[in-house]
Design a protein around this ligand. Structure first.
Ligand SMILES: [Zn+2]
Length: 417
């Protein structure tokens, strides 16, 4: 393994942060959704203060912001930011994480001490082929690791520490932000873009070495409700209209060969029924509608409405109502107006000796929302693999490279100001 260009404590930090149970929770009345996230956020604020970032704060919602002061004599270097979320997925326990460092990976399968039946198979994880000779970190078999997104947290913290210790590296003001509740879709809910005060930001929450994500889906949520007529089933002849059967008919009209998550990839969009709330009187079907072109959402929504209309026409006495709710929009629509945000990130990745891989995300990120809130925010790799799973892994070499990209990116913005 080559020595990292910037020797930082990113791995040590990561191994500390994964010990915090920061699992977020879908149905919570509080913000953050779980109070335990605040333990790590408070710790990060304290570490930033101890490093000498005097303005490090945690606000009443748990957001931690801090500034690395500029070292450049240039007055007009844009303020840039780096963001990571502290919470881990509700889908898998993050309590009592025991990180295992598999030293000098030799290309075999990775085993787990706490579950001998579990294994990360080399054959199923093509990215492992690039990790021979690296140290790989996994959990112990019964929990997730939390590399998503504590790798990003550790990388940003390590880069901040390095920049503070090396004032000879010229850079403008750099903002840092750590956020709660990303995994439950609320990471930006109370994010104060004005107070963050940056021209742009980068989430450090991507997968493979070299990746830069500047395109996400645009997404809406549709609820199609079918109204039937319920009556005692013993006296229902000629009167009952069963909304469950109407909805079932509607669902069979939805496309399967295309326009479905299970049959599309790349830039193809889809309509995806994912939840049914069924009763004879009323049944509602929830659908996700996603495409990279926002205008195409409207076409798909009209198509859904047409299928609903055809369905009720086939079931006399039934009615339908449709409600569309905007979820998020493709960040590219914003980033296209700020080419420097993308260009500089590509340059920083190249300076770290990597080939940039620009991939669309078939989903959304906190950056999709932030971009439309006025903070253009692409996503950079953090080295995370097998998100939300007991089989999560990350290599220490990739983490050092992510730190390098952060530092190079600070330099590039200064150089080009
Ligand atoms: Zn994440």
């Amino acid at each position: 393994m080559n020595a990292p260009k910037y020797a930082t404590r990113c791995v040590e930090r990561f191994l500390e942060y994964v010990k915090y149970d920061t699992q977020s929770c879908e149905d919570s009345e509080t913000f953050p959704s779980t109070p335990s996230q605040l333990d790590l956020l408070r710790q990060l604020r304290d570490e930033l203060l101890a490093m000498g970032l005097a303005d490090a704060t945690m606000d009443e919602h748990g957001y931690v912001f801090a500034t690395i002061p500029a070292t450049s004599p240039k007055p007009d270097v844009p303020v840039i930011g780096f963001l990571a979320h502290v919470d881990t997925s509700p889908e898998m326990s993050g309590a009592g994480v025991k990180a295992i460092v598999h030293r000098d990976y030799d290309g075999g399968d990775l085993a787990f001490p706490d579950d001998p039946s579990a294994v990360i198979a080399f054959a199923d994880n093509p990215h492992l082929a690039n990790q021979i000779g690296q140290d790989i970190i996994t959990a112990s078999g019964t929990t997730l690791l939390g590399a998503d997104n504590k790798a990003g947290v550790a990388e940003i913290m390590a880069a901040a520490e390095y920049l503070l210790e090396h004032p000879e590296i010229p850079h403008g003001p750099v903002r840092i932000g750590f956020t709660p509740d990303e995994e439950v879709g609320n990471g930006t809910k109370f994010f104060d873009v004005d107070r963050f005060g940056a021209y742009c930001a980068y989430t450090m929450d991507g997968e493979t070495l070299g990746e830069l994500q500047v395109e996400t889906f645009s997404a809406d949520a549709i609820t199609v409700t079918f109204q039937g007529f319920n009556t005692h089933p013993g006296f229902a002849q000629g009167r009952m209209v069963n909304a469950i059967k109407v909805a079932a008919d509607f669902i069979t009209r939805l496309p399967r060969d295309g326009m479905s998550p299970e049959t599309t990839a790349g830039y193809e969009g889809f309509v995806h029924p994912y939840m049914v709330d069924a009763g004879v009187e009323r049944t509602s079907v929830k659908l996700l509608v996603r495409d990279f072109v926002t205008a195409k959402l409207k076409d798909m929504e009209e198509q859904v409405a047409q299928w609903a209309d055809e369905t009720v026409a086939a079931h006399p006495g039934s009615r339908t109502e449709i409600a569309v709710e905007e979820s998020y929009r493709n960040m590219k629509e914003v980033l296209d107006h700020h080419p420097d945000v993308v260009e500089n990130a590509l340059e920083a990745i190249r300076r770290a000796g990597l080939e940039p891989a620009v991939e669309p995300i078939r989903g959304g990120t906190d950056g999709s929302r932030l971009s439309f809130m006025g903070l253009p925010t692409p996503n950079i790799f953090a080295g995370e693999h097998n998100f939300h799973s007991r089989f999560e892994w990350i290599s220490t070499g990739d983490m050092h490279k992510a730190v390098e990209v952060i530092i190079e990116l600070c330099r590039v913005w200064e150089e080009r100001a």
